[in-house]
Design a protein around this ligand. Structure first.
Ligand SMILES: O=C(O)C1CCN(c2ccc(-c3cc(CO)ccc3Cl)cn2)CC1
Length: 323
């Protein structure tokens, strides 16, 4: 039997900040934000850490299970509570999954796609049978709230899936995972200070999220669209029956551009960035959860979807799956 996503769950912090509230604390307007990004609001964690958001999702995913049957927990995040322990280990403790090994995946906005691909390989090995894959972020903690060009773009949230070896037909059909470290500096956050006494490197105070938006837009239009086109061309039969694209929810305009560049019908690109902003590794599972909730996605193995993540690293990854 084959690995399959059998459950999805989400959790977002209660506090909602609409664009108008941001224009009270920085020089921006609802008009600018909505027209340039499609974002109307974002959820902000005021007292919850990334591991606490992820744990809320994990608890929902295991609610109807014996938590001791979970073999692994993978958390994709670029805003971990600590360098160590991993956020996944904190989730393991929180839900009591004592038989699970736990690791974080650091691939920024491609994190969930990288983590899901990793989980599938764990299951295909036959050694493991069941795991949790969660994307979780508290982007609000790494933003420079004086910098209107980035502070308005991001939000907090978590969502994830239960994946297990139960399917009679393969769910994971094709994938392409890539990185381009030559443009690593296009999106950076939280450079850790060096403080050993022999330190010859100056400890750079660059700690807030910094983004070269133009460079990343170009990367998405050129490299990410190329990855999608090639993956679909190499799997043309599956591509014929493509129902939906669940792309990283960074910006509504980028979805317009991707649809044009890939020649995939725009209405196949699902979107919910308006409600959450860019939640990095949580954006694709949040979209998955919302679209299962509203019935667009049925989790009956009949729908062909493309998951595509892209962002910091620079990283990009696409998975063609039967959901
Ligand atoms: O002036 C404008 O229109 C601005 C121009 C700059 N903008 C950007 C630029 C880049 C991103 C972005 C970020 C990531 C990281 O998750 C991944 C993918 C993308 Cl495409 C999002 N917004 C906002 C509107």
């Amino acid at each position: 039997s084959f690995p399959k996503i059998t459950k999805v769950a989400k959790y977002v912090p209660e506090l909602v900040i609409p664009n108008n509230q941001l224009s009270e604390i920085m020089d921006t307007t609802d008009d600018w934000i909505t027209s340039r990004t499609g974002i109307h609001q974002r959820h902000i964690a005021t007292s919850e850490t990334t591991s606490q958001l992820a744990s809320k999702v994990a608890k929902k995913l295991v609610a109807t299970l014996d938590v001791k049957s979970i073999d692994f927990i993978i958390v994709a995040t670029m805003t971990p509570d600590y360098t160590t322990p991993s956020t996944a280990c904190l989730v393991q403790q929180e839900i009591g999954a004592t038989n699970a090994f736990a690791l974080d995946v650091s691939a920024a906005c491609s994190g969930f796609v990288y983590a899901l691909s990793t989980a599938e390989k764990f299951l295909l090995s036959g050694i493991y049978k069941k795991g949790l894959v969660i994307g979780a972020e508290t982007m609000s903690n790494i933003l420079n709230w004086q910098d209107r060009s980035t502070a308005v773009l991001f939000g907090d949230g978590a969502a994830g899936v239960l994946i297990e070896t139960t399917a009679s037909d393969p769910m994971f059909l094709a994938e392409k995972l890539q990185a381009d470290g030559s443009r690593a500096m296009a999106l950076t956050a939280r450079k850790l200070p060096n403080n050993q006494p022999l330190d010859v490197l100056s400890s750079d105070e660059q700690s807030f999220l910094a983004m070269d938006g133009k460079k990343i837009f170009d990367f998405v239009l050129r490299d990410v669209s190329g990855q999608i086109v090639t993956l679909l061309a190499n799997n043309s039969e599956i591509a014929q029956s493509l129902d939906y694209v669940l792309a990283h929810q960074a910006n509504e305009r980028i979805l317009d551009a991707l649809a044009k560049k890939t020649k995939i019908a725009r209405d196949k690109f699902l979107s919910n960035v308006r409600y959450y902003g860019n939640t990095s590794a949580a954006s694709i599972p949040l979209l998955l959860a919302d679209k299962v909730e509203d019935g667009t996605l049925t989790l009956t193995g009949k729908q062909t979807v493309l998951l595509t993540g892209f962002g910091g690293g620079l990283t990009f990854g696409s998975l063609l799956i039967k959901l």
